[in-house]
Design a protein around this ligand. Sequence first.
Ligand code: ATP
Ligand code: MG
Length: 258
Amino acid sequence: MFTDNKIPVVDIKNLSFRYGNQYVLEDVSMRLAPGAFLGLVGPNGSGKSTLLKSLLGLQQPQKGEIRLFGEKVEKYKGWDRIGYVSQKANSFNAGFPATVFEVVSMGLFGKKGLFRFLNRKDKQKVREAIEWVGMTPYEKRNIGELSGGQQQRVFIARALVSDPELLILDEPTVGVDAKSVQNFYTMLEGLNKEHGLTLLLVTHDVGAMTRHVTDVACLNKFLHFHGSSKEFEANQDLSAFYGHDVHLLTHEHGGHGS
Ligand SMILES: Nc1ncnc2c1ncn2[C@@H]1O[C@H](COP(=O)(O)OP(=O)(O)OP(=O)(O)O)[C@@H](O)[C@H]1O
Ligand SMILES: [Mg+2]
């Protein structure tokens, strides 16, 4: 949990956000301590992605304040300390003609400038990131030939290659089978515990996630809960509501329809 002698990685105070005149976030305050692994849950349209986009400075909230590593987001410059995998990350690569190695190297281009050659150290970093997500055997494979879950791992490696201190993932397990979801969370837990990476994970798999995260936040326009995963599990009303809801939503999200 949060200890006051450390600067929070993320510090959100009284945040409200509206599209047009419709508020989708109201008076949200939330802190993420260094080394935390936070699972952010909430039904469709509850404002989760809006919250992430606001804290990444991609859109300007109408009220409240957001600080990243102690600095206001409007003035924040240390973006290489933050990795982000968006909710739609896996729609980008249908037939994309690049190998796993190449896709992961793209994570370095922010620092190196596009079309610069990778030096030996860069290549080493790329290999390391691929290894962290357990994709070394697939390094030379074309990204389009991988399963959805494997592709997700590659996108995470791409976000990890620049050595971020905070990794933000928006529903990375949509369309991933139950066993792979478990492996995936175990991998994230390893990055959190062994590499000290702070993680903010938006997910609908409440059951699978709770065993691996340190903290849980429940959002539904307002922040209904923010505490340790143990407190969350102990609060049966809360875990029933968000857990149940989430189950239905996962099905909906799985893309069996349209
Ligand atoms: N660009 C936009 N313009 C107008 N309304 C938007 C826009 N983006 C999102 N919204 C609305 O804001 C609300 C919150 O959306 P958001 O994407 O943050 O939800 P979410 O919690 O991430 O949902 P999901 O679980 O489906 O990803 C929704 O009602 C959505 O329709
Ligand atoms: Mg979303």
